[in-house]
Design a protein around this ligand. Structure first.
Ligand code: SF4
Ligand code: SF4
Length: 434
């Protein structure tokens, strides 16, 4: 059970424990690239203690320090005192947003995430005019900036855009392939990058479910899970999106066996952070509702591996490829949800798997601030990940996370590496097709 912020904020005890410990420092993503005590979990906790006691003001320097955490949870994973440093950083980011206000580009981004119809139009325009500012990089699965733009340097690879989103392309109901008395029925929560940018993820999940003869429900009014706003401290946006999603999910959840999310970050947000958000904001009724809807929500590969015959189907009918795959463990999958073996179980029947030297090492995505204002940190954190992927000489790198995909694809692009990124569901669907 995670501790509340108030419990964590007993800084007299926490700081004493940290001084004698320091176990989290070697695994801290920001400390690895910026080796300074202030940018380490222990440093963050120390500064947060001073801030909570009123000895430290939130000025531009402290703001910058607290925004340099990647929220990778590596520190939480190794802490002998189970200190959820990520949670206290998330809480102080909400104070930062109140104190400094939200920059215009973030307000626009969160507005779009809350208003899907407007986002659909913006994305359509993006699709029509993308070649004005970007070249299409088919092999790398993205768009490359032709020139420097605000917060996008020349040559940077960003995700491609689809003509029609996943939610607009598919019908709401897709019946089971062959009639059955009571087929399994699952809903899909696609996530924003899967909806607008990475077409293959939703397509592959639909194909896999069809091959398993499972009835599909695609709830059209789903909104963003709120993760980008949550990690940036935009509390009001998170509250609106999570409440709207929970009320909507409750309206159909009883008719579904599960809701699948082919994304580590969205899945961790919905299953783990929604409940914590309401607990920390003293909304017990919503906390209970978040907990109830989370029961049927699963990361896609975990559920497919544990609740279906997919593994046997892949062994019996799947094509065998000699193109090797190396699997990166997204922080929000392995550390937050304990999911790492399931995607490997589903890839192993049809692809040679080669482990990279440190699949747990954070890719360096880090969230909206890290990908914009602090992109130099994301770049630095991405280099070692790209190097260990290249070292495997695998044809594909895979991770069930589009945030990792965006960051790893750019890091590989920067390193001029040939490895191609695919969500595991894309590789599994390819094997089923033969
Ligand atoms: S591992 Fe935990 S107790 Fe140890 S220094 Fe880090 S935060 Fe403090
Ligand atoms: S969440 Fe990651 S980057 Fe932030 S303090 Fe912990 S280990 Fe460091």
């Amino acid at each position: 059970m995670p501790k509340s912020v108030e419990e964590i904020f007993d800084f007299s005890q926490t700081s004493d424990a940290c001084i004698k410990c320091g176990k989290c420092i070697p695994v801290c993503t920001i400390h690895q690239i910026n080796p300074d005590e202030t940018t380490s979990p222990r440093g963050f906790i120390d500064l947060l203690g001073a801030y909570k006691r009123g000895d430290l003001a939130l000025d531009s320097t402290t703001k910058s320090i607290f925004e340099s955490c990647f929220l990778c949870t590596n520190c939480v994973d190794v802490c002998p005192n189970s200190l959820p440093t990520d949670m206290v950083i998330e809480a102080v980011r909400a104070d930062i947003a109140k104190e400094f206000g939200m920059p215009l580009f973030k307000r626009v981004a969160f507005y779009l995430l809350e208003h899907r119809k407007v986002m659909d139009i913006v994305m359509k325009f993006g699709f029509m005019f993308k070649t004005c500012a970007f070249s299409i990089e088919e092999a790398k699965g993205g768009l490359k900036a032709r020139f420097a733009m605000p917060m996008v340097k020349k040559g940077r690879l960003i995700p491609s855009m689809m003509k029609r989103s996943f939610l607009n392309r598919y019908p709401e109901h897709i019946p089971a392939t062959t009639p059955q008395a009571k087929p399994m029925r699952v809903a899909i929560f696609i996530g924003c990058l899967g909806n607008y940018n990475y077409a293959g993820i939703g397509e592959s999940l639909v194909e896999i479910l069809k091959a398993l003869n499972i009835e599909i429900f695609i709830p059209k009014d789903q909104l963003c899970c709120g993760a980008p706003a949550y990690f940036t401290g935009a509390v009001d946006s998170v509250e609106r999106m999570t409440k709207a999603n929970i009320a909507y999910f409750e309206s159909f959840m009883d008719s579904c066996d599960a809701m699948l999310i082919p994304e580590a970050t969205c899945s961790a947000m919905v299953k783990h952070d929604w409940e914590i958000f309401f607990r920390n904001h003293d909304m017990p009724e919503w906390e209970a509702r978040a907990k109830a809807v989370a029961q049927k929500i699963h990361m896609a590969t975990a559920w497919l591996d544990e609740h279906t015959q997919l593994q046997s189907l892949l062994k019996e009918r799947g094509a065998s490829f000699d193109t090797a795959v190396t699997y990166h463990d997204p922080c929000h999958a392995k550390k937050v949800q304990g999911i790492s073996q399931q995607p490997r179980n589903l890839l192993a029947p049809n692809y040679p798997l080669i482990e990279m030297s440190d699949p747990d090492r954070c890719c360096g995505f880090g969230g909206v601030t890290m990908q914009t204002e602090k992109f130099h940190f994301a770049e630095a954190a991405g280099k070692p990940k790209a190097a260990m992927i290249e070292q495997t000489q695998a044809h594909y790198v895979s991770a069930e996370c589009s945030a990792c995909r965006m960051q790893i694809s750019q890091s590989l692009n920067e390193a001029n590496a040939k490895t191609i990124f695919k969500n595991p569901l894309e590789l599994i669907a390819k094997a089923l097709k033969g």
